[in-house]
Write a protein that binds this ligand. Structure first.
Ligand code: ZN
Length: 221
């Protein structure tokens, strides 16, 4: 990516065909991953294409058409839930990995949100990806049990998708940007969801299912 810092790592594999961009939360600090990237000759077998600091610092570690090592471990007995991943495939062969500094559940600073939007925008243009919940993904889609909280309930997926779809300059992050799909995965529930109200209380909501309701109405009940 042009105009970003580069710290290449030796933790890199062969050529890949990215089908989506997977976000992670580090449960730690960007400096740690930069240190791992610089290690020679010992190699920590963990890497991401990009790391993004809480202050908005963007560092690229792996070329986007080479494999980074961020999502290779699957959950035994819990198959991946990513429709674009071929059966039995290694997610690292199909997903760009972005590691975000911080801890699951902590609010994301606006500088970090703006930086991840910038990286997503460049990646989507460069790779010709179409923004959707299948291309803007979190680690929880391929490791639904062990990584249910990665990147966690404060991952601003809705904000990222809005920015990719509108092409507008993203506004300041608000509490309402907390992503419902990620929160749902975090809480392990499917039929209902929550959102964070302006007063920071969680509000229980039902997931809307417009199709069956419309069908029933059109058939006259
Ligand atoms: Zn992860």
């Amino acid at each position: 990516m042009p105009d970003v810092e580069r710290v290449p790592t030796a933790a890199v594999g062969g050529e890949i065909t990215p089908r989506g961009v997977m976000s992670h939360v580090m449960q730690g600090w960007q400096a740690t991953m930069i240190r791992w990237a610089r290690e020679r000759p010992r190699v920590t077998p963990k890497s991401a294409h990009f790391t993004i600091g809480r202050d908005g610092r963007i560092v690229q570690h792996v070329p986007i058409r080479r494999q980074a090592w961020h999502a290779g471990r699957l959950d035994p007995g819990e198959p991946p839930r990513w429709s674009l991943l071929p059966p039995g495939a290694n997610p690292n062969d199909y997903a760009i990995g972005i590691e975000h500094e911080g801890f699951s559940g902590e609010p994301w600073p606006d500088a970090q949100v703006q930086a991840t939007i910038r990286v997503h925008r460049w990646l989507f243009a460069e790779l010709g990806l179409v923004p959707s919940e299948e291309t803007v993904i979190g680690h929880f889609v391929t490791a639904p049990a062990s990584r249910a909280a990665d990147p966690g309930p404060t991952w601003p997926r809705a904000r990222i998708l809005d920015a990719l779809r509108d092409g507008d300059s993203p506004a300041v992050l608000t509490r309402a940007d907390y992503d419902r799909a990620a929160l749902r995965a975090f809480l392990g529930v499917r039929e209902h969801s929550y959102r964070v109200r302006e007063d920071e209380r969680w509000q229980y909501i039902e997931i809307r299912r417009p199709m069956p309701t419309t069908d029933r109405a059109s058939r006259g009940g």
